[in-house]
Design a protein around this ligand. Structure first.
Ligand SMILES: Nc1ncnc2c1ncn2[C@@H]1O[C@H](COP(=O)(O)OP(=O)(O)OP(=O)(O)O)[C@@H](O)[C@H]1O
Ligand SMILES: [Mg+2]
Length: 251
């Protein structure tokens, strides 16, 4: 389907004998924000990490099912995880800039992928603008990334993710370490990013999911209980379990 970024088909993920994700199926819509919500330990991070094969790095982790992007199954052994991560980028819970300059953080990926050095200035500027950070750092690009505030570091990490021109950006609780003002900035940014990118975000903040996502998947003990348009999930969930969670009756 043309409007689907990734089709998740009966994906199960186990760590040893612990099945953390159970037969999850859903179509992630292209150029929309999709939120994964659910109580701690329900498998949100595991499912997110599966989408760019980060679980490959974990010993004893087994992934089954199919992840179709166009006609390619991303789980196939023929797909190179490094190349995949260029298409499907990730932003982590804790900002993790490289201990290099602001400029180098953004230029690093494109350099590795062989971009001409005379194009780097423009690219770094564009990514920092797209990440809503340019105004704050344009006169200090050679400063260490570590000199930035937490919220700025997180936007730098987003700029870094954008630098290799991904199609999909995965974000695992990207604002949980930030104050309300920095959180608002990242939320605005996410809403803007969907004009160009497909965004999938894990969040524990229900208001955040309601504010910024177009689609929401509610997970519970490894299963996808319900997936649909965010307004429907929040206002008229089909499942009692979803309603109980959203009204704070558990989790
Ligand atoms: N690296 C790992 N090795 C073994 N088990 C793991 C690993 N990562 C996660 N798990 C297990 O998989 C299950 C799902 O964990 P996951 O981190 O995906 O949950 P989550 O929904 O992201 O939770 P939280 O909201 O607390 O971040 C849990 O039972 C967890 O213990
Ligand atoms: Mg998690």
């Amino acid at each position: 389907m043309e409007d689907v970024a990734i089709s998740i088909e009966k994906v199960s993920v186990s760590y040893g004998t612990n099945e953390a994700v159970k037969q999850v199926s859903m179509d992630i819509p292209i150029k929309k924000v999709t939120a994964f919500i659910g109580p701690s330990g329900c498998g949100k991070t595991t499912l997110l990490r599966t989408l760019n094969r980060m679980n490959d790095e974990i010993e004893g982790c087994k992934v089954e099912g199919r992840l179709m992007m166009s006609d390619t199954d991303l789980l196939s052994t023929e797909v190179d995880p490094v190349a995949l991560r260029k298409k499907v980028g990730m932003v982590f819970q804790k900002p993790n800039p490289f201990p290099t300059s602001i400029f180098e953080n953004v230029a690093f990926g494109p350099k590795i992928h062989g971009m001409d050095s005379d194009k780097l200035d423009d690219l770094v500027e564009r990514c920092l603008k797209d990440a809503a950070l340019w105004e704050e750092v344009h006169d200090r690009l050679d400063d260490s990334a570590m000199s930035l505030s937490g919220g700025q570091q997180q936007r730098l990490c987003i700029a870094r993710a954008l630098s290799v021109e991904p199609e999909i950006i995965l974000m695992d609780e990207p604002t949980s370490a930030l104050d309300p003002i920095a959180t608002t900035k990242i939320e605005q940014l996410i809403s803007e990013l969907k004009s160009k990118y497909t965004v999938i975000i894990v969040t524990h903040n229900m208001q955040q999911a309601a504010r910024i996502s177009d689609y929401t998947g509610f997970m519970y003990i490894g299963e996808l209980v319900e997936f649909g348009e965010t307004a429907q999930i929040f206002e008229k969930p089909n499942e009692e379990l979803t309603e109980n969670y959203l009204t704070g009756r558990f989790g």
